[in-house]
Write a protein that binds this ligand. Structure first.
Ligand SMILES: CC(=O)SCCNC(=O)CCNC(=O)[C@H](O)C(C)(C)COP(=O)(O)OP(=O)(O)OC[C@H]1O[C@@H](n2cnc3c(N)ncnc32)[C@H](O)[C@@H]1OP(=O)(O)O
Ligand SMILES: O=C([O-])CC(=O)C(=O)O
Length: 384
C-alpha cells in the first residue's frame, strides 16, 4: 500500500449504495427518496417527510393519521429519563444530555434487542416522538423553569416550541422551525450517519447506533457548527465588524464555522431555502430573545445584515460558501433557543435519517472494517 492509496477522511470514497437520499454537487441538489428537498420543505409537514424517509413513499392519509396519533401519544418523558437528565449538571452541554437521555430510552425500550425492520420502525417512531421533550426539558431546567407537558392538539413543530417556551408559537416561528427540521433530516453518508451504519454493521441495536451518531454530530466540523456559527456572530457583534474579524480569523488559520462542505463545493443545496425562512422570520417581527425573553425589534435585521456581510466577505476572500448550519444558527437564536441547544435540534431532525440508514444497512449488512497501513516501529522484542 502507498500513501496515494490512502484516502484521508475517506474523501471521495464510495463505500456503499443507498436509496434514501442523493446529494448531487454537480446539480447542487438534494433528493429524499427522489423528491427535491425544496419541494418537500415548501409543502409537507416534518411528520410526512419522516415517513417518506423511513418508508420510501409518502404516507396515505390513513397512514399519516395513525403515525401522528402514535407520535402524539409518545411525547411525554418517562420518569427515569427525566431523573437521568436531572442527574447531569445544568452546566453540561445539551448534546451530552440528549446523548445520555437517548441511552436511557434504549435501556427502557421493550424492543431494544429486536432488530427486525418492524421493531426498528417502531423504535424510530418512539425516538422521533421523545427527543423534542428531552431537548425542551433540558433548555427549561437550565433557565430554572418547570417542565411543560406536551399538547396532543399541536403538530410536531408547534408542540416542540410549546414545550420549550410554554406558549403557542406564532405561525412564522412554527414555519421556520418546520423548514429546518425538513432540511436537516437526511444527508447520505455524512459523518454521523456513517457512524450509525458502522455501529449497526456489528449487529448492535438501533439505540446504540443513534447514541454513537449523536456523539459524532456534536463536533464543530459537523453538527456542532450551527452552535459555533452563533458564537462567531456574537464574537463579531455587528455587520460593520465582519470584514476585519474575518481577516484576523483567516490570518490565524481558523476554520470559519458554517462555511465549506465535504461534498458541495459550490454551495449547499439547502441554504437558499433555510436563508429564506430565516429572513421571513425576521420580516414577521415574531422573534424573541434567548429563553423567550423580550428582544429589541432591531435584533433580527441586525443579524440578517451581519449574516450577509460575513458571507460576502468569505466569498470575496476564499470563495467558500455557507452550509446549512450558517442560516439555521441565527434562525434558532431568534426562535429563542440557547446557542448550546442548536445541535440537539439537529439531532431531533437527523434521527430520522440515522434510523433509516440503520434499517438500510441491515437489509444488506457487511461488517464495516477498513484496513490501515502500519507505520509504527518494526517488530522488536522485550529484553531478557
Ligand atoms: C451540516 C454540516 O455538518 S455541514 C459542515 C459543518 N461544518 C462547518 O461549518 C465547519 C467549518 N467547515 C470546515 O471545517 C470544512 O469546510 C469541512 C470540515 C466541513 C469540510 O472539510 P473538507 O472537505 O475536509 O475540506 P478541506 O478541509 O479539505 O478544505 C479545503 C480547503 O478549504 C479550506 N476551508 C474549508 N472550509 C473552510 C472554512 N470553513 N474556513 C476556512 N477555510 C476553509 C481548508 O482550509 C482547505 O484549504 P487548504 O487547501 O488551503 O488547506
Ligand atoms: O453531508 C455532510 O457531510 C454534512 C452535512 O451537510 C449534513 O450531515 O447534513
Amino acid at each position: 500500500m502507498t500513501d496515494t492509496d490512502i484516502k484521508k477522511g475517506l474523501a471521495g470514497v464510495v463505500v456503499d449504495t443507498t436509496s434514501i437520499s442523493k446529494v448531487n454537487p454537480e446539480t447542487n441538489s438534494l433528493l429524499y427518496r427522489g423528491y427535491p428537498v425544496q419541494e418537500l420543505a415548501a409543502s409537507l409537514s416534518y411528520e410526512q417527510v419522516a415517513w417518506l424517509i423511513w418508508h420510501g413513499e409518502l404516507p396515505t392519509e390513513a397512514e399519516l393519521a395513525e403515525f401522528t396519533a402514535r407520535e402524539r401519544a409518545g411525547r411525554a418523558l418517562a420518569d427515569n429519563v427525566k431523573a437521568a437528565i436531572d442527574l447531569t449538571p445544568t452546566s453540561s452541554h445539551p448534546m451530552d444530555v440528549v446523548r445520555t437521555a437517548v441511552s436511557v430510552l434504549g435501556a427502557n425500550d421493550p424492543q431494544t434487542d429486536d432488530s427486525s425492520r418492524e421493531a426498528n420502525l417502531a423504535k424510530s417512531e418512539r425516538l422521533f416522538a421523545a427527543i423534542p421533550a428531552i431537548v425542551a426539558y433540558d433548555q427549561r431546567r437550565r433557565h430554572g423553569l418547570d417542565v411543560v407537558a406536551p399538547r396532543d392538539d399541536l403538530d410536531y413543530s408547534r408542540n416542540f416550541l410549546w414545550m420549550t417556551f410554554g406558549d403557542e408559537p406564532s405561525d412564522a416561528a412554527a414555519e421556520v422551525f418546520r423548514v429546518s427540521m425538513v432540511l436537516y433530516a437526511e444527508h447520505s453518508f455524512n459523518a454521523s450517519t456513517f457512524t450509525a451504519r458502522v455501529v449497526t454493521s456489528t449487529l448492535a441495536d438501533l439505540h446504540s447506533a443513534v447514541v454513537a451518531a449523536i456523539g459524532a454530530l456534536k463536533g464543530p466540523l459537523h453538527g456542532g457548527a450551527n452552535e459555533a456559527v452563533m458564537d462567531v456572530f456574537d464574537e463579531i457583534g455587528s455587520a460593520d465588524g465582519a470584514e476585519a474579524w474575518l481577516d484576523a480569523a483567516l490570518a490565524e488559520k481558523r476554520k470559519i464555522m458554517g462555511f465549506g462542505h465535504r461534498v458541495y463545493k459550490n454551495g449547499d443545496s439547502r441554504v437558499p431555502t433555510m436563508q429564506a425562512a430565516f429572513e421571513k422570520l425576521v420580516e414577521s417581527g415574531e422573534f424573541r430573545g434567548v429563553g423567550g425573553a423580550e428582544v429589541s425589534a432591531g435584533r433580527g435585521p441586525d443579524l440578517v445584515a451581519l449574516y450577509h456581510r460575513l458571507a460576502d466577505a468569505m466569498e470575496a476572500k476564499k470563495s467558500i460558501k455557507p452550509n446549512l448550519d450558517y442560516p439555521s444558527g441565527p434562525a434558532y437564536h431568534l426562535l429563542g433557543f440557547d446557542t448550546k441547544t442548536f445541535t440537539p435540534l439537529f439531532v431531533a431532525s437527523r434521527v430520522v435519517g440515522w434510523t433509516a440508514h440503520v434499517m438500510e444497512q441491515l437489509e444488506a449488512n457487511a461488517l464495516i472494517r477498513p484496513l490501515s497501513e502500519y507505520v509504527g516501529p518494526d517488530e522488536r522484542h522485550l529484553q531478557n
